[in-house]
Each structure stands twice: as C-alpha cells, then as structure tokens.
Design a binder for this molecule. Structure first.
Ligand SMILES: O=C(CO)COP(=O)(O)O
Length: 269
C-alpha cells in the first residue's frame, strides 16, 4: 500500500494574515493553471499542508474553505488543556474552530528554545487525539547526540514519551504523522543524506510496529524535515519509508514550495 505523501510547510514565525492570504491566493492560482498538478491534488495523490502562525490561521481557514483545491491547515503548537488560566496559550479546540486539522507538536525549536519537555509533549499528544486534531509529532537528535552515535536511542525516547498512554485503537495510522527532523539539519542548509534519513525513518516505522502492530506501521506517514529544497526533494521522496516532508524556509515562497511539490510528484512516477 502506497501512503499518500504529505508536503507540509511549517512557516514558523513568518507571515501575518495579509501575507498569508496573498500566499494562498498565489498558490491556488498557480495550481489552477497547472493541469497535471491540479489533477494530482484533486485525486488526493499528494496532500499539501500549511502551518501559519496562530494569528493567521483564521484568514487561512477562510481562504481554503472557499477554494476547490484541497490544502490542509495546521498550527505550530497548542496547550494540553481545553481552557484555563494559561496566559499566552492556545487550546486545541480553538485551533479546530478556525479550520485546523493538524497541529505540530514537539518541534525542536519548541524543545530547545522554549524548554518543552517530553512530558508536556506527551500531554499535548493525548489531548490532540482526544479532541480529533491530528498531531504531527517531531523527533530528532542534536549534532552532539549524532556524533555520540545515540540517534536511535534519542528518537526512541522521544517516541516513547510522546506516545505514552496512546493505544492502538486510537487509529494512529490515520491520526498521527511523525516527522523526523535532525536538529542539525534545520535551517542550516545541511540536509541529512537520503540514506541516513531513510535509516532513521525505517527505525521509527519499526518502533511503531513493535508498539502498535503492523497495520499501524504500514499506514502511518513519516516525514523528513531539515533543509528540504526543490533540488533535494526527489531523492528523499524515493526512499521507501519517507512519506513526505516538513518544510521550513523553502515553503515560504510559493514558487519554491511548488518546486518541491513538482519534484515529489516526479518521484512518485
Ligand atoms: O524545522 C523545519 C520544519 O519544521 C525545517 O526547517 P528548514 O526547512 O528551514 O530547515
């Protein structure tokens, strides 16, 4: 079974509502003009997603709802409670109200700049699944951890903690996406080699099989993230256990994002 590749743009702290609207209009116009791309999207052969900042989500949700090309919407973080005295935080249900289907959890910038722990990521994972929001769980090692040769150990720990309390009946293959993002490859222009990225993604799939069974492992989508660009997308997408990409910088420009999309489609043929 071929999993539907997911190309997701994590915009990080870029683009307010105005720029978000312009971007989506430009993306839809470009897709509408390109009949082969439009066909691929209409037949759901590839899923596209964008993850704008919180304040731009409502605008994005509105633009997407009125278009005939599908584009999934997600947020970059959420809190694990539904409401309460948590100044500056956003609840998952609020994200769903403005049209989000996905939420990125455990991004390395959240872990390393904002001190998010495996424990809080686990709480957020459980809450997202409880309310029907699909987490894109990020895992990945730092350069020191890689040099020490403990990549798999680190990734395993992150997976165990994030997926604690989640059971197979929660249909993780359809409700969770995992993104392997080596910290040293994020925003550095230094992408992991196709073979290394494939190796870790295969390890993640094996972990899912051991924890949740083979149906979950065969169906769950595992993305690679870290310096994905149009010219390196094809090689990545040809890897057996890589089902798409979580793209930072290169997703901010419509033309560059489209380059990644087109090269991914080429890899599928
Ligand atoms: O962090 C990333 C996506 O979540 C990757 O960022 P870059 O594509 O800019 O390296």
């Amino acid at each position: 079974m071929r999993r539907v590749p997911f190309l997701a743009g994590n915009w990080k702290m870029h683009k307010g509502p105005k720029e978000t609207k312009e971007y989506i209009v430009e993306l839809f116009e470009a897709a509408a003009k390109d009949t082969s791309l439009k066909g691929v999207l209409k037949e759901n052969k590839v899923e596209l997603g964008i993850f704008p900042p919180f304040v731009s989500l409502e605008t994005a949700g509105r633009e997407i709802a009125s278009a005939d090309i599908s584009l999934s919407l997600g947020a970059q973080n959420m809190h694990w409670e539904d409401s309460g005295a948590f100044t500056g935080e956003i609840a998952g249900k609020m994200l769903m109200e403005v049209g989000c289907k996905y939420v990125i959890l455990g991004h390395s910038e959240r872990r390393h700049i904002f001190g998010e722990s495996d424990e809080t990521i686990g709480k957020k994972m459980n809450k997202a699944l409880e309310i029907g929001l699909k987490p894109v769980l990020c895992v990945g090692e730092t350069l020191e951890e890689r040099d020490e040769g403990i990549t798999e150990f680190v990734v395993k720990r992150q997976l165990e903690e994030a997926l604690r309390g989640i059971r197979e009946h929660e249909n993780i293959k359809d409700n969770i996406v995992i993104a392997y993002e080596p910290v040293w490859a994020i925003g550095t222009g230094r992408k992991a080699s196709d073979e290394d990225a494939q190796g870790v993604c295969a390890y993640i799939r094996k972990f899912i099989e051991e924890s949740f069974g083979s149906t979950a492992a065969e169906g769950i989508r595992i993305l690679y993230g870290g310096s994905v660009k149009p010219d390196n997308a094809k090689g990545l997408m040809e890897q057996k256990d890589i089902d798409g990409a979580l793209i930072g910088g290169a997703s901010l420009d419509v033309g560059t994002f489209l380059g990644i999309i087109r090269n991914t489609i080429e890899a599928l043929q």
